[in-house]
Design a protein around this ligand. Structure first.
Ligand code: MRU
Length: 353
């Protein structure tokens, strides 16, 4: 088995697409239960994204693409034409669920472009045009999914090449934040893809996974995902990251992104900015790994990015159990890391330094 096949095959997917439905692994229940949520309509998909049954920027993009497919199925079943106007409304519904991750609106736009192009062809005049569009949209969503897997591999290869050449070491201790693996993307992951490839090459010593309060993506998902694949992982509370760096336990930080502005400022899971400042203070390279679908060149800089705020209950409770008095809560789901704190951004096409 080649390295590519090996790291690709060990991954677990967040989605099982089928005709007229998708099944999403309920990431809210991990690591204790593996249960799937079935979505048959675009509004089922919107609800699953909003409630974080599925999360991670590329994964919600892929899921929303299937949401547009399901919207077309719904119209077709009711003998209605899935027009561009109709699909645009469904896109708005899906895009509004999580405003920071640009992969979401990017993927739904790709689906809309497919529908627009279809209605302009001769095939649109056929009696069964709606069925033909439904099939086309299913194919397109599958393609977005597959492309993301390919992108993950290329990003990992770029990043690993750069790390080994620029920061040579026998083996690396990598700190990562949130969850950026195969449950957050269509492939091996963004930052976690790099970690998988380092492991494959025998260059990984330890992954320090931050818990990632309040939703605990690091503790519940990253630690579980790495343990399943026998990749060495140590869990740390978010607040300990600075001390680990001070004790020289971290050689590099790798994170993903939810939106990259034109000047290279990065929106990613809240806590990322803190890690970047700490890495700078300790002269540790701080790397971002993100596909082109996460780049938003329409926004000049990070201060233009809409940062999602989530419910206070995520902070006041853990797994439904209250842990604090009912005081006001501020719960930004992401923060913005200014580009001057970032050593390099790796995409599938290039390295921005
Ligand atoms: O709130 P989440 O879990 O969707 O946030 C996920 C992240 O912030 C990831 O780091 C990001 O999506 C990029 S990598 C998949």
């Amino acid at each position: 088995m080649t390295a590519k096949e090996n790291i690709t095959m060990t991954r677990l997917s967040f989605i099982k697409p089928a005709k007229e439905k998708i099944e999403l692994l309920n990431q809210k229940l991990l690591p204790h239960k593996m249960e799937y949520v079935t979505c048959r309509t675009a509004s089922d998909v919107a609800k699953a994204i909003k409630n974080m049954v599925v999360r991670g920027a590329p994964a919600i993009g892929i899921t929303a693409a299937y949401g547009i497919y399901l919207a077309a199925c719904e119209a077709h079943k009711k003998n209605k034409k899935p027009t561009v106007e109709y699909l645009k409304k469904q896109k708005q519904l899906l895009d509004a669920t999580r405003p920071t991750a640009v992969n979401l609106s990017w993927a739904t736009q790709e689906m809309l472009n497919t529908a627009t192009a279809f209605w302009a062809t001769e095939a649109a005049k056929a009696k069964d045009a709606a069925a033909a569009l439904v099939a086309k949209l299913y194919e397109k969503a599958g393609q977005i999914h597959e492309d993301d897997a390919e992108r993950c591999l290329k990003m990992a290869q770029n990043a690993v090449r750069h790390l080994l050449a620029g920061y040579p070491k026998e083996k690396y201790n990598i700190l990562t934040h949130c969850n950026t693996g195969s449950l957050a993307t269509g492939g091996i992951g963004t930052a976690l893809g790099v970690i998988r490839l380092l492991q494959e090459k025998g260059k990984l010593n330890m992954v320090y996974a931050t818990e990632t309060r309040p939703y605990l993506q690091g503790a519940r998902i990253t630690a579980w995902e790495l343990q399943r694949e026998k990749i060495p992982v140590t869990l740390t509370v978010d607040a300990q990251a600075g001390f680990l760096m001070q004790k020289k336990m971290v050689d590099a930080v790798f994170v993903g992104a939810d939106r990259v502005a034109a000047n290279g400022d990065v929106a990613n899971k809240v806590g990322t900015f803190t890690l970047a400042v700490l890495a700078r203070a300790h002269r540790i390279p701080f790397f971002v790994v993100a596909p082109r679908s996460t780049f938003d060149t329409t926004l000049e800089s990070g201060d233009k990015i809409v940062v999602e705020e989530r419910d206070a209950s995520e902070v006041l409770e853990i797994a439904g159990r209250p842990i604090a008095p009912k005081v006001p809560v501020v719960n930004f789901s992401f923060d913005i890391t200014p580009h001057n704190y970032i050593t390099a951004i790796f995409s599938e096409e290039e390295t921005l330094e």
